[in-house]
Design a protein around this ligand. Structure first.
Ligand SMILES: O=C(O)CCC(=O)C(=O)O
Ligand SMILES: [Fe+2]
Length: 332
């Protein structure tokens, strides 16, 4: 089926009686079977969203040396600031700067299997302590929402509500705060990709376009939509539903010169060592499962840590060469 706009779901439906809940689940299943992307009206106070973007702007406005002090290249865990042009998608440079923040954990002694190297501390900017406060509150809020949505997905597919619960007990979420400056050098803000995990809750700075999603009918522009997340599923959700649900390629075009675009994607994912639990699909859905995408250049692993490490090594070759040369065939 071809689509020229994303479906819009409303979280308020989950508190509006059994019929509304049923409708929400149906929309969730259909949207992620057919498109893999949808708008989700969130009902979050504007003041919360405004504070997030004000804090994000304050971070990007810090002096270069404050950001350089927390460069991702310092971190074997791929945490911290990536300068403009420091990231690749499909081998091409992305024109964005960002900070990556994961669960705050001590460094581990045991790093076998290698994905355990991704556990560890964040790098927070010393000059902007409120970044940590604001982001930790946001991450907690989105963790609750992520768990609720996973239960709705399970029910929508014919599985018990708690199908995913234990998988997310020790969630290994990832949050990025991203800035795309306007440029004439390239149209690539971030190149075509699928997200490697389960679920992405993307908050885009109000009023900004630039996100494009691949559908059967071609690439479509996602228009700015107030008070909504853009939600998409990642490769693991495709894998556990044998392709009944679809991880969809997307990209961001660089904004016009003289403007910029901020976004805050939150990737809701299980523990690194979690094996993604296959969903027992209702027979009428199993019949329409397409199988998992087979691509020799992007093999999907159902162990989250393996799938994440694959994506991180590919996107950040400088971090890979410095800290993980043994995994990428470097000098070591
Ligand atoms: O910035 C955006 O709107 C999307 C970013 C994205 O797709 C990603 O970081 O995975
Ligand atoms: Fe993405």
């Amino acid at each position: 089926m071809s689509h020229d706009a994303l479906p819009v779901l409303d979280l308020a439906d989950l508190h509006a009686g059994p019929e509304a809940v049923e409708r929400f689940r149906e929309q969730l299943r259909v949207a992620t079977h057919e498109v893999g992307f949808f708008h989700l009206r969130h009902g979050i106070d504007r003041a919360v969203v405004d504070e997030l973007f004000a804090t994000a702007r304050a971070f990007f406005a810090l002096p270069e040396e404050d950001k350089r002090a927390i460069e991702m290249t310092n971190s074997a865990q791929f945490r911290g600031w990536t300068r403009l042009g420091g990231e690749l998608t499909q081998g091409q440079v992305d024109y964005r700067e960002q900070i990556d923040i994961g669960p705050e954990r001590p460094l581990r002694d045991d790093v076998d299997p290698p994905y355990l190297r991704l556990d560890g501390p964040n790098q927070w900017p010393a000059a902007l302590p409120q970044l940590r406060t604001v982001i930790e509150a946001w991450t907690d809020r989105l963790g609750v929402l992520g768990r609720d949505l996973m239960a709705q997905w399970a029910l929508s597919l014919g599985a018990p509500a708690d199908h995913f619960t234990s998988t997310f007990d020790d969630a290994s979420t990832l949050l990025k705060i991203v800035r795309y400056p306007g440029t004439e050098q390239t149209s690539q803000g971030v190149g075509d990709h699928k997200d490697p995990g389960f679920l992405t809750l993307l908050l885009i700075e109000p009023g900004k376009s630039g996100l494009q999603v691949q559908t059967d009918g071609g690439w479509i522009d996602v228009p700015p939509t107030d008070d909504c997340f853009v939600v998409n599923i990642g490769e693991l959700m495709e894998a556990v539903t044998d392709g009944y649900l679809r991880a969809t390629s997307h990209r961001v075009t660089a904004p016009a010169v003289g403007s910029e675009r901020l976004s805050i994607p939150f990737f809701f994912n299980p523990a690194l060592d979690a094996e993604a639990p296959v969903v027992p699909l209702r027979p009428e859905y199993a019949e329409r499962a397409r199988g998992v995408t087979q691509d020799a250049a992007n093999v999907i692993s159902t162990r989250y840590g393996d799938n994440l490490l694959k994506a991180r090594l590919r996107a950040h070759p400088d971090v890979a060469a410095r800290h993980h040369a043994d995994l990428v065939g470097g000098a070591g």
